[in-house]
Design a binder for this molecule. Structure first.
Ligand code: ATP
Length: 325
């Protein structure tokens, strides 16, 4: 549905986006995750045709944003960060104006507005001035304008930014409902947002893609937690010989089972070598308390990627300094 290739954006000296590429399939809810300044808004503005890239290509439904910006914008509903609304306008006035700006045929305006307000839970607020709505409901108005033309793709820049916890839950629920009919890319720096709403995540660090994976794959850790009765002789060596296990370490006493220790086996195979670990335990007559793959969380994944990126940058700098010396 969306294809981004070798995207570059420079603002003068600032290289905000560096060779970014990713694909989005129809029906995906992709979280574009990154810290402040990572380049999320820049990628979204280019994707929606509001900013020209320095280099690279983007197609949406096979249409190239550089050669047919309007063709792309017809397929996309965009909720910019801090969506510009007109506070003095009534909700319906604003949405009707947006229908006109979008070039929808006049006879379709009423139906478009009524579908959009129904989808966003705004029906009761049609005749309210936007200024009198809570921040969460103003965000709903932003979402309503984004879906007026029934786009196949929704691009939402920080859709829950600045909302209170209740409003955040409401908007996340709304996004999930909208996802039943649309492909969605949303940007956020909130890890839980991605875990709550998305099925895929693209992580941007300092303008570069650090990870691009199904959320379930990203959270699969390459570690197995093995609980063994204390005194299981030679566990470190024997577990280390299990095919696919690259490293074994003893984490300490098992908090759940008295008299057992937890061992962590890091593995390199596609799936966790659970059966081989159990067979090894049986061969050595150890008493097993449990064997299970560890489940990671996005926070750990993100921190690991940040650390790797910092280490890689430091190594590049050192080698540049050595060359210069
Ligand atoms: P945030 O979460 O804070 O919105 P972001 O991930 O969306 O951040 P961008 O707004 O895309 O990041 O900014 C990426 C980089 O480009 C930052 O270093 C930012 O300062 C810089 N930048 C963005 N817009 C401009 C501009 N118009 N002129 C110069 N630099 C800019």
């Amino acid at each position: 549905m969306i294809s981004v290739k070798n995207l570059e954006k420079r603002y003068g000296e600032v290289r905000a986006v560096k060779g970014v590429g990713f694909e989005v399939a129809r029906g995906d809810i992709v979280g574009l995750l990154g810290q402040n300044g990572a380049g999320k808004t820049t990628v979204m503005k280019i994707l929606t045709g509001y900013l020209e890239p320095t280099a690279g290509t983007i197609t949406v439904g096979g249409v190239d944003v550089l050669t047919d910006r309007l063709g792309v914008q017809r397929q996309i509903g965009y909720l910019p960060e801090n969506a510009p609304l007109y506070p003095e306008m009534l909700v319906q006035e604003y949405l009707l104006m947006m229908c006109e700006l979008r070039g929808l045929p006049p006879e379709k305006h009423i139906a478009a507005v009524s579908d959009a307000v129904r989808a966003t839970g705004l029906t009761k607020f049609l005749t309210r001035p936007i200024a009198t709505l809570s921040k969460g409901y103003r965000q709903r108005v932003g979402l309503a304008q984004a879906i007026l033309h029934k786009p196949e793709v929704l691009v939402l820049d920080e859709p829950t930014n600045g909302l209170d916890p209740v409003q955040i839950q409401e908007i996340r629920g709304l996004i999930k409902r909208l996802a039943q009919h649309s492909t969605i890319i949303l940007s956020t720096h909130i890890l839980q947002e991605v875990e709550a709403v998305c099925n895929r995540v693209v992580i941007l660090i300092d303008g570069e893609i650090a990870a691009d994976a199904a959320l379930s794959d990203l959270l699969k850790s390459k570690r197995v937690r093995v609980s063994l009765k204390q005194g299981s002789d030679g566990a470190a060596v024997a577990l280390g010989k299990v095919p696919g296990v690259s490293k074994v370490s003893r984490q300490g006493a098992d908090a759940d089972t008295a008299g057992f220790d937890v061992w962590i086996c890091e593995f390199t195979t596609a799936t966790a070598p659970i059966q081989a670990i159990v067979e090894t335990a049986v061969q050595h007559k150890w008493t097993l308390g449990g064997v299970a793959p560890e489940v990671s969380n996005l926070d750990t994944v993100f921190r690991t990627l940040m650390t790797q990126k910092a280490a890689a940058s430091a190594a590049t700098q050192t080698s540049a300094e050595e060359k210069a010396a």
